[in-house]
Design a protein. Structure first.
Length: 341
């Protein structure tokens, strides 16, 4: 209805304005000021005069002349009406295109929010064809801007959610719900918000990576020193470097490091205890230093095989002690008697 009103003005956001001036069918029929009207009238008069001359020569009577003139006028009227109808349809099609373009421009400017680089003010008074062409061009510019911004937002959205996944944020929890979906806001402000969020997420990822890196270094040092044989699923993930950066992973890694530190202390304490007993028995049996050094060189560190070797050596020495106890007592008795004497 606005487009059919010759005085209507459509004001869109950011200075986009469109005016439509169309005459009604009655206005067109009453309009007689077109420069081609005289030419049409002259052509019609010349045709009637030529027919009159031919009819005179042919001897056509008045009744037949009137019938032929009526037929001619009817044919001209049909041609005229078909032509007018065709042009009215063309006008309606252009009006519809303009209306669709304006509606689409309105939607695009809403999506882009701050797009102000194009205007249709200078085309408001232009003929329909020129207006439609100009609006199509504006529409194309806005569509291109929309595609570029949407591509940028899609890329940023993917980066953000990839980092969130690495940080262990489940969808809808632990993350900003404003960035769960791209939405309909394609403004430059929205793009900047996404970029800031990506920077924040990567900063958090870097902080966690540093914390995890320190724990991994401690883990690997303990792993090497203790020579762990039973590998857990977490151990395998650490060794294969397939960990994520979630809070849960960091906590699990810290817990595992504490477990290994406790195991290290247990083994160290056990080995020191075994070493004291073994050393005393070596002295009693007067084990050569070369044999002692060979044992110590073969079994060093805090691996389970070292603990096992210490246990076996202590058991061996105790067995020897048990077997030679009588002999040792007799030897000691003889020495004691000699001292008494």
């Amino acid at each position: 209805q606005d487009l059919m009103d010759k005085n209507a003005t459509l004001d869109w956001p950011y200075g986009i304005q469109a005016m439509e001036s169309t005459e009604s069918a009655e206005d067109e029929e009453e309009c007689v000021s077109h420069p081609h009207h005289d030419l049409v009238r002259d052509v019609a008069e010349a045709a009637v005069q030529e027919l009159g001359k031919l009819w005179d020569e042919l001897g056509v009577d008045g009744k037949h002349r009137e019938e032929q003139l009526n037929t001619l006028l009817s044919d001209i009227e049909q041609v005229y009406r078909r032509r007018v109808q065709n042009q009215r349809q063309a006008r309606f099609k252009l009006q519809e295109e303009i209306s669709n373009s304006l509606n689409n421009i309105k939607k695009l400017t809403f999506l882009l929010r701050d797009h102000t680089t194009v205007t249709t003010n200078k085309h408001a008074e232009a003929p329909l064809k020129q207006r439609a062409k100009a609006l199509h061009k504006i529409e194309g510019l806005l569509e291109e801007e929309k595609r570029e911004r949407l591509a940028t937002l899609t890329d940023l959205h993917g980066q953000l959610h990839e980092v969130w996944a690495q940080l262990g944020y489940a969808r809808g929890s632990g993350s900003d719900e404003r960035f769960e979906e791209i939405g309909e806001d394609l403004s430059t402000n929205r793009i900047e918000q996404y970029r800031e969020q990506v920077v924040l997420a990567n900063t958090e990822k870097a902080q966690r990576a540093e914390e995890i890196s320190r724990s991994v270094a401690s883990f690997l040092a303990l792993w090497t020193e203790l020579r762990i044989e039973e590998i857990t699923e977490l151990d395998q993930a650490i060794l294969n470097n397939t960990m994520d950066y979630s809070v849960e992973m960091r906590q699990a890694l810290e817990k595992r490091v504490k477990q290994l530190e406790q195991l290290k202390e247990q083994r160290r304490t056990a080995i020191i205890g075994y070493a004291g007993e073994i050393g005393a028995l070596w002295n009693r049996f007067q084990v050569p230093f070369e044999e002692r050094n060979t044992f110590l060189a073969r079994y060093e560190g805090l691996g389970s095989e070292v603990v096992e070797a210490c246990v076996n050596e202590l058991q061996r020495l105790k067995s020897m002690l048990q077997a030679r106890l009588k002999e040792m007592i007799i030897c000691e008795r003889r020495i004691l008697i000699e001292q008494w004497n």
